[in-house]
Design a protein around this ligand. Structure first.
Ligand SMILES: *Cc1c(COP(=O)(O)O)cnc(C)c1O
Ligand SMILES: [Zn+2]
Length: 417
């Protein structure tokens, strides 16, 4: 059995055993997202920093006793987690900071952070003997579920907005998913997916609905802290759409605090696009996210474009409990961040991923971080996910290729010689 005490409704605090409810608090319907509460004494018996140091498995499954899966659960074969944490001195220096690291989750098997959650979804679906697993997504959660499902031959149905970037749709088709291109927004795709899952009895991976997704995402915090020798950073920057990643980042740190493996809670700074600023606005104005109406979201960063962030309760908790903040960044700043991050670290990020770095820039301007602080920026998805945006970003920096005939003369001319 996993080391779970109970599942607890984020709204009413009511607790349930995992087999009593399927996804959400019955008293609160789709809004009643559940939090997984662990038995930390039992976890401490099963795993320690010392035992981890001896464990050669680099994947998220090295933390299995801290995850909501049984010790003997079969896990998908793809290598999820174990992504690099790069020291980024030039990036830091450019901002007048001393210590900045970039956690590159573009290096996941399907090239985004979402693999951390989808890996858990596959295990939970198979645990329940689900014939079909489904999700709605702006694209990356879809690609993640699609790829991980392919790795274990698990039939799946995916709902994405028809406007999703080509590369993400190509992944779905290549992995052999049944793909529903929804003529509408991500929010429309989400509602449709919930309805279909209900009607056909499919296992539902949806973000901010399935309580286990943030449990997969929390592994990034375990990795960051372990990679820093259990000396937790001071600040973590994370881009935010639905709020599941930021919620997971907090949960991982919370677990480590409960276990006594780290001695302070880093401040978590959520970065939203100006055109998709639901949570940032709610935080700024002190609004109740249970009653705040959806907004019309639009951003070049498709992965963080969400009119009604589905995991908003956990996202707000992350910022509140970590003494963090939200910042917003313009589409121009997001696009500018792509080549800047790439040229100063070698990490090629999609717009939503580069947004976290744009957020760090903004935070420096706002005085939210100080030069001595140890700062981690999550890069959540590969730049190859959205080549059109990368080309647009390159255009904005006036980076131009030289058009040459196959002759050395032309090369010389191009070099100004
Ligand atoms: C999904 C995603 C995010 C945001 O995660 P949420 O859980 O929706 O807040 C950020 N960056 C990338 C690349 C993503 O795919
Ligand atoms: Zn409830």
């Amino acid at each position: 059995m996993p080391h779970i005490k109970y599942l607890q409704c984020m709204i009413c605090g009511k607790t349930y055993q995992p087999d009593e409810v399927k996804y959400v608090c019955p008293d609160h319907g789709n809004e009643g997202i559940l939090d997984v509460v662990y038995d930390y004494d039992a976890i401490a018996q099963a795993i320690t920093p010392a035992s981890l140091a001896e464990n050669p498995d680099p994947t998220i499954w090295r933390y299995k006793p801290m995850l909501p899966v049984a010790p003997d659960a079969a896990v998908p074969p793809l290598t999820v987690g174990g992504t690099p944490l790069y020291d980024a001195p030039r990036l830091a220096a450019g901002l007048g900071l001393k210590h900045v690291w970039v956690k590159d989750d573009g290096r996941e098997p399907t090239a985004s952070f979402k693999d951390r959650a989808s890996a858990i979804a596959i295990v939970k679906a198979q645990e329940m003997g689900a014939k079909v697993i489904t999700t709605a997504s702006t694209g990356n959660a879809a690609a993640a579920l699609s790829g991980l499902a392919a790795s274990v031959d698990q039939p799946n149905v995916i709902f994405v907005p028809a406007s999703a970037p080509q590369a993400k749709i190509a992944q779905l088709l290549t992995f052999g998913s049944t793909v529903m291109l929804v003529d509408g927004t991500y929010d429309d795709a989400f509602e449709l997916c919930l309805e279909a899952a209900d009607a056909f009895g499919w296992y539902n991976r949806n973000t901010g609905y399935n309580p286990y997704m943030s449990e997969g995402k929390k592994t990034v915090s375990y990795e960051i802290c372990e990679q820093l020798g259990w000396d937790a950073p001071d600040v973590i920057f994370v881009s935010v759409g639905d709020g599941c990643i930021i919620g997971g980042v907090y949960k991982g740190l919370y677990d480590l605090m409960q276990l006594g493996w780290i001695d302070h809670m880093p401040r978590i700074i959520g970065v939203q696009a100006e055109g998709s600023n639901y949570l940032a606005e709610a935080w700024e104005k002190g609004e109740d996210v249970l009653t705040k109406p959806p907004i019309q979201a639009h951003s070049v960063a498709d992965s963080i474009s969400a009119g009604l962030p589905r995991d908003r309760l956990k996202a707000m908790r992350a910022v509140r409990e970590s003494d963090g903040a939200f910042v917003t960044v313009s589409d121009e700043a997001i696009l500018a961040a792509i080549p800047e991050l790439a040229q100063k670290t070698g990490v090629f990020a999609e717009p939503a991923a580069a947004a976290a770095y744009a957020g760090l820039r903004k935070a420096v301007d706002l005085g939210l971080v100080s030069p001595e602080e140890r700062i981690v920026v999550l890069s959540t998805g590969s730049g190859l996910k959205d080549v059109a945006s990368a080309m647009k970003a390159a255009e904005l920096t006036s980076a131009q290729p030289h058009h040459v005939r196959p002759s050395l003369e032309d090369v010389k001319r191009a070099l100004g010689q």
